[in-house]
Design a binder for this molecule. Structure first.
Ligand SMILES: [Zn+2]
Length: 240
């Protein structure tokens, strides 16, 4: 049996060979990923996205001092977002298209009705095997001083967090100064959906200035455009 004994120089030489080979294999593997496995994070076209216009029917959601109803504002923004997504070749599933909720009209107990309504919203997304779930709401607080759009996600879900951050980034960019960050929220539509989901509070109806803005179709379009840009950003298609 022959035993190889390396000199100091040979050890260094072999170490360099191994290191170079390691770097080469590592780089090549990185480059192969998009070619062979595709990148699930990229590209919005062909996706199935559910848009959930919050509230509806007997449930108006928040009501501003000037009488603006959350359910009408969320639906207007949802329809505009649908238009933008369809232009980007996304298959959009709307949870509602008119002024109604999804519960049985025979259900008279309001809390039971609300629960049934939310369970059905989630079921629509699950049945559609959606890639994303976007829920649209407007905020309300007893004090009128608070303002600013904010996006929520379910704690511990990395993809949801990224989605919420991307939408929040675009909301701040499109709608002006806002120091709010994407935040965790324990909402049923975030908790029970199995696909990445975000809930966007588009502003505060308790703030008179924001309530006025949210009632204007031009501002509703700006909000929809911000959410749309956030979705593009999430799929690696940021416009800038
Ligand atoms: Zn709401």
């Amino acid at each position: 049996m022959r035993i190889w004994i390396f000199t100091g120089k040979q050890v260094i030489w072999w170490a360099l060979v191994c290191l170079t080979l390691g770097i080469y294999v590592g780089t090549a593997y990185e480059l192969w990923i998009p070619v062979f496995s595709g990148s699930p994070q990229r590209g919005v076209s062909g996706r199935v996205i559910v848009i959930d216009a919050g509230h509806g029917g007997i449930d108006p959601g928040a009501v501003s001092a000037n009488g603006a109803l959350e359910k009408g504002i969320t639906l207007a923004i949802a329809k505009e977002l649908e238009r933008l997504l369809q232009r980007a070749a996304v298959f959009v599933v709307m949870v509602r298209r008119g002024d109604y909720d999804l519960a049985d009209s025979s259900e008279s107990h309001l809390l039971h009705r609300k629960r049934q309504d939310l369970i059905r919203r989630v079921a629509i997304a699950e049945e559609a095997k959606a890639d994303l779930y976007i829920s649209i709401h407007a905020n309300y607080f007893p004090s009128p001083i608070w303002s600013g759009a904010q996006t929520f996600y379910y704690e511990g879900r990395i993809e949801d967090q990224q989605l919420a951050k991307d939408i929040q980034t675009e909301l701040v960019k499109h709608l002006g100064p806002n120091h709010r960050l994407a935040k965790t929220g324990d909402y049923r539509v975030l908790r029970d959906t199995t696909m990445p989901a975000a809930l966007v509070e588009v502003g505060f109806l308790s703030n008179p200035r924001e309530a006025e803005l949210l009632s204007q179709p031009s501002y509703q379009k700006r909000v929809a455009s911000a959410i749309f840009s956030g979705i593009l950003r999430y799929y690696g298609e940021a416009l800038n």
